[in-house]
Design a protein around this ligand. Structure first.
Ligand code: NDP
Length: 279
C-alpha cells in the first residue's frame, strides 16, 4: 500500500492559526506585540527570499518585524553593533541573523553575540547546551519542525529505532537529540558511515538531511517506516528531496513530500520561538 503523505503545508497552517490566536492573547493580556528582527548581510538572492518570507509570515500572525538589510561589505564590528542594539531593544523579542554571512565575517562571533533569550534560531551555544542536557531553551526551527510533523501525524517515537542521516549542527545533530529526548533509540549516519543501507533499513523512523538528491533509494527503506525528508535540491529546475519519493513511498507507511513537507514547518517554528520569547 502506498505511504500516507505527511502534509507539511496543512500542518504548518494549523499551527500558524494557533500562533495567531496566541499572539492576539499576548497583545490583549500583556500589551506585548511579539517582535522579530532579521539581519541580512549581502544580496544573496536565496537569503533575500527567505527573509521576505519570514517578514510576511510575521505580519500574517500579527507579529512585529524589522529587517536590517546591510551591504555585503559591512564590517563584522558593524554587524556586532546591530546585534547589540537589538539585544537592548525592548520591541524585539527574537533576533535572527540570516546565514550564510559573507566570508570576512566570523559567523560564530555573531551568533555568540545574540542574547540567548532572544536566540530564536536556537544556534547560540547556551541553547545548544540546553538542548543536550534537556533544559528548556530555544530549539532550532527545522529540527523542531521535524518533531512536530511526527507528533501531529500521530507517530509514536518512544522505543522506536530512529536513524538520522546527516550530522550538521543545524539539522542532523539537533534532530537526533530531540528524538533521543523522546526515547527513540537513535543512530546518526554521515558521509563516512560504512554500509549506510544496513542502518537505514533498520529505521522505523528515518530522517534524511544530506543535501544529496534522491540518495535514499526505495530498497534502503524498511517496510512500514516513517520517512522525513529534510533535503531540498534543485534538479533540472525542479525541487527534489534527499529521498527517492516514488520508490520510498511504496515501502514506507508515511512520508513527507518535497516540496510541501518539512519546508513549510521551518518558518512556522520560527514564529513559535518568537512567540515563546515574547511570553
Ligand atoms: P550540511 O551540508 O551541513 O550537512 C549534510 C550532512 O549530510 C553532513 O553531515 C554530511 O556528512 C552528510 N552527508 C553528505 N553526503 C552523505 C552521504 N552520501 N551519505 C551519508 N551522509 C552524507 O547540510 P544541512 O544539514 O544544512 O542540510 C541538509 C539538507 O537539508 C539540504 O538539502 C538543505 O537544503 C536542507 N535543509 C532544509 C531546510 C528546510 O527548511 N526544509 C532547512 C535546512 C536545511 P559529513 O558530516 O560526514 O560531511
Amino acid at each position: 500500500m502506498p505511504a500516507k503523505i505527511i502534509d507539511g503545508k496543512a500542518i504548518a497552517s494549523e499551527i500558524r492559526e494557533d500562533i495567531k490566536r496566541e499572539v492576539d492573547a499576548v497583545k490583549k493580556e500583556k500589551g506585548i506585540i511579539p517582535g522579530l528582527a532579521v539581519v541580512l548581510v549581502g544580496e544573496d538572492p536565496a537569503s533575500q527570499t527567505y527573509v521576505r518570507n519570514k517578514e510576511k509570515a510575521c505580519q500574517k500572525v500579527g507579529m512585529y518585524s524589522e529587517v536590517y538589510r546591510l551591504p555585503a561589505e559591512t564590517t563584522q564590528e558593524k554587524v556586532l553593533a546591530v546585534v547589540d542594539e537589538l539585544n537592548q531593544n525592548p520591541k524585539i523579542h527574537g533576533i535572527l541573523v540570516q546565514l550564510p554571512l559573507p566570508d570576512h565575517i566570523d559567523e560564530k562571533a555573531v551568533i555568540n553575540a545574540i542574547n540567548p533569550d532572544k536566540d530564536v534560531d536556537g544556534f547560540h551555544p547556551v541553547n545548544v547546551g540546553k538542548l543536550y542536557i534537556g533544559d528548556p531553551g530555544f530549539v532550532p526551527c527545522t529540527p523542531n519542525g521535524v518533531i512536530e510533523l511526527l507528533e501531529r501525524s500521530g507517530v509514536a517515537i518512544k522505543g522506536k529505532e530512529a536513524v538520522v542521516v546527516g550530522r550538521s549542527n543545524i539539522v542532523g545533530k539537533p534532530v537526533a537529540q530531540l528524538l533521543l529526548a523522546r526515547h527513540a533509540t537513535v543512530t546518526i549516519c554521515h558521509s563516512r558511515t560504512s554500509d549506510l543501507a544496513s542502518h537505514t533499513r533498520r529505521a522505523e523512523i528515518l530522517v534524511v538531511a544530506t543535501g544529496r538528491a534522491k540518495m535514499i533509494t526505495g530498497d534502503m527503506v524498511k517496510e512500514g517506516a516513517v520517512v522525513i525528508d529534510v533535503g531540498v535540491n534543485r534538479v533540472d529546475g525542479k525541487l527534489v528531496g534527499d529521498v527517492d519519493f516514488d520508490a520510498a513511498s511504496q515501502r514506507a507507511s508515511a512520508i513527507t513530500p518535497v516540496p510541501g513537507g518539512v519546508g513549510p514547518m521551518t518558518i512556522t517554528m520560527l514564529l513559535k520561538n518568537t512567540l515563546q520569547a515574547a511570553q
